[in-house]
Each structure stands twice: as structure tokens, then as C-alpha cells.
Ligand binder design. Structure first.
Ligand SMILES: NC(=O)c1ccc[n+]([C@@H]2O[C@H](COP(=O)([O-])OP(=O)(O)OC[C@H]3O[C@@H](n4cnc5c(N)ncnc54)[C@H](OP(=O)(O)O)[C@@H]3O)[C@@H](O)[C@H]2O)c1
Length: 260
């Protein structure tokens, strides 16, 4: 058995009906863990659980619905006997365009799902299990939370808040619970389609590792962060972006830079 083994651990992954969340659930199950996958509808959650090899169940729970979240956490402990891992993955981006052009509805939805839900679910698993027994939480932020962008400033602001709150919760819940965040770059999912569809070659070429991300690239890093292999890591933000945030790779590869 290696430190990456998750046998006997139980994880909740929110927003796991497709994309990065589903891949995370599959990676945790592949490492031996039990998994509870959530989505907004029970049907979507069940369909996702059926795509996981191992012990998996689906639970319909809107990420910001406190009663549904509480039921999901209780059901997890009843069904599997613990909740050792929480991946706050559910996210949304309904606010495209300048921040100053948004309305309160889009602001509230963006911050409720991306910021409030991770706080809510973390507090519920702490109360139900992790406060006494320990555990690991990973929040899915974004490299958007580390940079500025002309069109998705509201979303990026929410992810920046999530990054800050990850560090806050890491201190508040120490030493029993480790709380970390990931900051993915552009990954091939429905949510991010506007960032890669119809321009994938151009986007891929600008990234140091020459391609956009696949959900599995993110999932493997999360499986590490929730395992004992990461036992001395808390309050960290793991950028997983193929080098995207470093800059426009071809400019650096060309050798055409003029020394001054
Ligand atoms: N893709 C990227 O390039 C990228 C980059 C950085 C960060 N991220 C982050 O990665 C996370 C996953 O996104 P993704 O790219 O995998 O998107 P996706 O493929 O569109 O999946 C989003 C998932 O979240 C669920 N979901 C949406 N709103 C929800 C809510 N209110 N309550 C519960 N579940 C909800 C969806 O399920 P239902 O529709 O079935 O409810 C779906 O399973 C998000 O937090 C996103 O911000 C993505």
C-alpha cells in the first residue's frame, strides 16, 4: 500500500455529473476510495455514479441548498461510515463581460456557487465527521483567481475569494483538517467551452506543454492532494495548467528575443 492509496476513505465530490468533478470521482475510486457524487438533479448524479468503477453513489443536491447538502453529508456517513474527503468542485460562470456591466442576480449566483457553497459544505463535513476524525478538503478554484481577464472578472473575483478563504479555512480547521485549493488552467469541459472551442490549436500552441487540459490531468493532482502523500500540505494553491500562466510559450521558444 502506498501513501496514495485511499482504501477505506470516503469522499464527497460536488458537481460531479461531468467534466472535472466526474474525473475526480473516478480517480478517487481508482485509488480505492468510496465516492458520493453530487449534481443538481438526482438523475444526473445517478448517471455519473454509474460511470465510476468502485463504490459510488449519486446524490441530487444543488451546491447552495443547505438542507440538501446536510442530507447528502448525513447520507454519506450513514452509507459509508465516514466522510474523510470533500472536493468542492461545483462551479458556475453566469456573468460574462465587464464586472461593471453585471447585475446583482449574476453576482449572487457566481459568489453563492463558487464561494459560499465551499464554505457551507466544509462546515457541514467538519460538524458531521472531520472535526473529530480529521480529513482533507480541496476547493476547485482557477488560475483565473490569480490573474485579470477582460471578460470573466466576476468569476475570477469569486475564485480569488475562494483562494483566500482556502487559506483562512486551512488555519481555522488545523491541525485536524487539511484544506487546499487547485487552480486549473483551460480544461476541455462544457463550462470552459468559450475558452477553447473553435480555437483549440491557437490556445494549445500558447501553452508551455502544448495542449489544453483534460479532466484527468486535474483529477490525478486532486487524488494526490487528498491522500496521505500530501499529509504535510495545507493552505496551498496548486496551479495545474500545463504552464499556461507562465506566459506565451512560443515567444520564449523562438530565440528571437532581442537582448537590451
Ligand atoms: N474547465 C476549466 O477550464 C476550468 C478551469 C478552472 C477551474 N474550473 C472549475 O472546475 C469546476 C468544474 O467545472 P468543469 O469545467 O468540470 O465544468 P462542467 O463540465 O460544466 O461541470 C460542472 C459540474 O458542476 C455541476 N454543477 C453546476 N452547478 C451546480 C450547482 N449549483 N450545484 C451542484 N452542482 C452543480 C454540474 O452538474 P449538473 O449540471 O448536472 O448539476 C457539472 O457536474 C468548476 O468549479 C470550475 O470553475 C474549470
Amino acid at each position: 500500500m502506498t501513501a496514495l492509496d485511499l482504501t477505506g476513505r470516503t469522499a464527497i465530490v460536488t458537481g460531479a455529473s461531468r467534466g472535472i468533478g466526474l474525473a475526480i470521482a473516478q480517480a478517487i475510486a481508482a485509488a480505492g476510495g468510496n465516492v458520493v457524487l453530487t449534481a443538481r438533479t438526482q438523475e444526473a448524479a445517478d448517471a455519473a455514479a454509474a460511470q465510476v468503477t468502485g463504490n459510488a453513489i449519486g446524490v441530487g443536491a444543488h451546491a447552495t441548498d443547505e438542507a440538501a447538502a446536510r442530507r447528502c453529508v448525513e447520507l454519506t456517513v450513514e452509507h459509508f461510515g465516514s466522510v474523510d474527503i470533500l472536493v468542492n468542485n461545483a462551479g458556475t460562470n453566469p456573468a460574462y463581460g465587464p464586472v461593471v456591466s453585471q447585475d446583482h442576480g449574476r453576482f449572487a449566483k457566481t459568489f453563492d456557487v463558487n464561494v459560499w457553497a465551499p464554505i457551507l459544505w466544509t462546515s457541514l463535513v467538519t460538524e458531521a465527521w472531520m472535526g473529530e476524525h480529521g480529513g482533507a478538503v480541496v476547493n476547485n478554484a482557477s488560475i483565473g483567481g490569480l490573474v485579470l481577464d477582460p471578460n470573466i472578472g466576476m468569476y475570477n473575483g469569486a475564485k480569488a475569494a475562494l483562494i483566500h478563504l482556502t487559506k483562512q479555512m486551512a488555519l481555522e480547521l488545523s491541525p485536524a483538517i487539511r484544506v487546499n485549493a487547485i487552480a486549473p488552467g483551460v480544461v476541455r469541459t462544457k463550462l470552459a467551452e468559450a475558452l477553447w472551442k473553435d480555437k483549440e490549436d491557437a490556445v494549445a500552441t500558447s501553452i508551455a506543454l502544448n495542449r489544453i487540459g483534460e479532466p484527468g490531468d486535474i483529477a490525478d493532482a486532486v487524488a494526490f492532494l487528498v491522500s496521505d502523500a500530501a499529509r504535510w500540505i495545507t493552505g496551498e494553491i496548486l496551479v495545474i495548467d500545463g504552464g499556461q500562466r507562465l506566459g506565451d510559450a512560443p515567444l520564449f521558444r523562438s530565440g528571437a528575443s532581442i537582448s537590451v
